[in-house]
Design a protein around this ligand. Structure first.
Ligand code: ARG
Length: 564
């Protein structure tokens, strides 16, 4: 779109006698809601005062004088000057770009800057929740999106592997633990222990006291405490790794909270040097203006807290990755924590505290109800993924029983369906977890987009289409359906930029749905394979759509099978 805007702005500036600069005009240019109104619209209202004329007249005058080079036509509609792009020139430029560049279309050169992405970050000895799934999937998509526009993403899994809950767990294990049972079913057994001991603590204050002591021992490097902690951690990671493998997500760093144990003293030293520490009821805190509570850095017994470890992590990440941006993909319920984190870093006078962004997301419900382990309304991830793959397999069996690599495709479709459904929702909106809807081939789903991509591959195969063989041609496509697609393809880089700027993978997911729908509409209207002067152009359009669908899915961490 950018080049056409420039062209329109230049043409307008030339007939406006410096009433507005080219940049001002560019800012005013709009994309009309209806395509009958052209591709760009310039509202003339702001000129009415200086020119002392009615807006409708101004528009008519401008159109009279303007040069239309590069456009099909320029017309006045009420107080607007509407520009219609030259369809064949636009189609040729867009399609040639994609034919030559393939999936590198809209990729920007490396800019040498890093983006740290804190993502997934499940808690040891607790189930991997749907919240952690959201964090994993959104974080991974943001990593791909930022990579596409030239940044180098650093995926960091800030494991919840430290804190007083480990004191609780050790107390529980020493009282009731069964080593063999834990080895067999680590997370569910550890969770049982955790639930039991918490219930007990609610009745009996000595439990809490014992847990506090064990956590202190852990922080002070007690051998028995450390060995138990290490074991719980290792067992949990085996389960988490299985999930990451299913999801196809990898990390650049698995440095969780425990990694910062020996890095918190430094934070406390800096805070004290900068005279930011005060004592409140024996605890060490940083007072924050405009906050209800100060940031609690150290408890009265010397134990550190979640935020202390996050401060150490922020410093470590700045030093290690020198990030241009540091994102934390964590549920909305932790907004208060990240506000405090940013505020403390700001008080420490780190100008890079502005580059820290909490990227929050909303809650997932099931059957309209909040998830609750206690009330039995839970979504266990591994069986859920298996079920999604099974449902995908059943649909593939019905549609395409002879498909060669059914199991792999079913996996791509099932897992892709879960991811896509999560990502198509604006991240702050929660959603209801409905597997049937997710895996459906109809509607705004991952399988729908994947299917459009696979259909395109089958058309191209039948035609034995080779992009190199049509390069250099002028593509004149003039029907409304193909024009719709051309404009979407042209907008791809703007879409990616917007997704990155707003930390919203949903922008890419919605775009992929629109593109798939536009293609299916075209497919319903046009015999792509039929001999005609337009055949090469039609095939090129299909090819380009396939490339951009595949690339959009890749940015979302979703595979694009060539057949399904
Ligand atoms: N482990 C935490 C939880 O499950 C999320 C950690 C988020 N990242 C961070 N740097 N605080 O709630």
């Amino acid at each position: 779109m950018t080049n056409d805007k420039q062209l329109a702005a230049q043409a307008l500036a030339a007939v406006l006698d410096n009433a507005l600069s080219e940049a001002e005009i560019t800012n005013l240019l709009e994309t009309p809601k209806k395509s009958e109104m052209g591709d760009l619209a310039f509202p003339v209202f702001s000129l009415a005062k200086t020119l002392r004329k009615a807006p409708n007249m101004i528009a008519l005058d401008l159109v009279e004088k303007i040069t239309t080079a590069g456009f099909e036509k320029v017309v006045a509609t009420g107080p607007y000057v509407n520009f219609f792009l030259d369809k064949s020139a636009t189609a040729t430029a867009v399609l040639s770009g994609i034919l030559t560049q393939g999936t590198a279309y809209a990729t920007l050169a490396k800019n040498g800057e890093n983006v740290a992405i804190d993502m997934s970050s499940p808690n040891i000895a607790k189930p991997f929740s749907i919240g952690h799934l959201r964090s994993t999937v959104i974080g991974d998509a943001l990593a791909e999106i930022y990579s596409k526009i030239g940044y180098t993403p650093v995926r960091i899994n800030h494991l919840g592997d430290w804190g007083k809950q480990f004191g609780m767990l050790i107390v529980a294990y020493k009282k009731y633990g069964n080593e063999a049972a834990i080895r067999k079913n680590p997370i569910s057994e550890l969770l049982k222990l955790y639930v039991q001991i918490n219930a007990e603590a609610a009745e009996d204050p000595t439990v809490d006291e014992a847990a506090r002591e064990w956590f202190l021992k852990l922080e002070n490097g007690d051998a028995e405490a450390l060995a138990l902690w290490q074991w719980f951690r290792d067992e949990s990671l085996v389960e988490f790794d299985r999930i990451y493998k299913e999801l196809g997500v990898t990390f650049d760093s698995m440095n969780g909270e425990a990694f910062y144990n020996d890095k918190m003293d430094e934070v406390i030293d800096i805070l004290s040097e900068k005279q930011l520490l005060t004592t409140s009821n024996g605890a060490t805190v940083v007072e924050l203006e405009g906050f209800e509570n100060p940031a609690l850095i150290k408890k009265s017994d010397g134990a550190t807290l979640y935020i202390t470890r996050d401060l150490a992590a922020a410093l470590y990440r700045k030093r290690t990755y020198n990030f241009a941006k540091s994102l934390y993909v964590v549920g909305q319920e932790q907004s208060g924590h990240f506000k405090q984190l940013k505020a403390v870093l700001n008080k420490m006078a780190y100008d890079w505290s502005d580059d820290i962004h909490h990227v929050p997301f909303g809650l997932v419900t099931k059957d309209g109800k909040k998830l609750s382990t206690r009330k039995g309304n839970v979504i266990l991830l591994e069986p859920t993924i298996q079920e999604a793959v099974k449902r995908a397999a059943a649909q593939i069996e019905a549609k395409n029983p002879d498909l060669a690599n059914k199991a792999a495709v079913a996996h791509a479709v099932g897992v892709g369906a879960i991811k896509f459904y999560d990502l198509k929702n604006e991240r702050l909106n929660g959603y209801d977890f409905n597997l049937e809807e997710m895996v459906s081939f109809e509607g705004e789903t991952g399988p729908y987009v994947q299917y459009a991509h696979a259909r395109i591959q089958s058309i191209l195969n039948k035609a034995a289409f080779k992009p190199e063989s049509v390069l250099g041609q002028i593509f004149s496509l003039s029907d409304d359906e193909s024009w719709e697609i051309i404009k979407l393809l042209q907008a791809f880089s703007d879409v990616i930029a917007r997704a990155a700027r707003t930390f919203e993978p949903s922008v890419v997911a919605k775009y992929a749905i629109n593109l798939a729908q536009a293609f299916n509409k075209y497919y319903a209207h046009t015999r792509i394979l039929e001999e005609s002067d337009e055949r090469d152009a039609r095939l090129s359009l299909a090819y380009a759509t396939g490339v951009v669908l595949k690339e959009s899915l890749r940015l979302l961490g979703v595979e694009a099978p060539t057949e399904m």
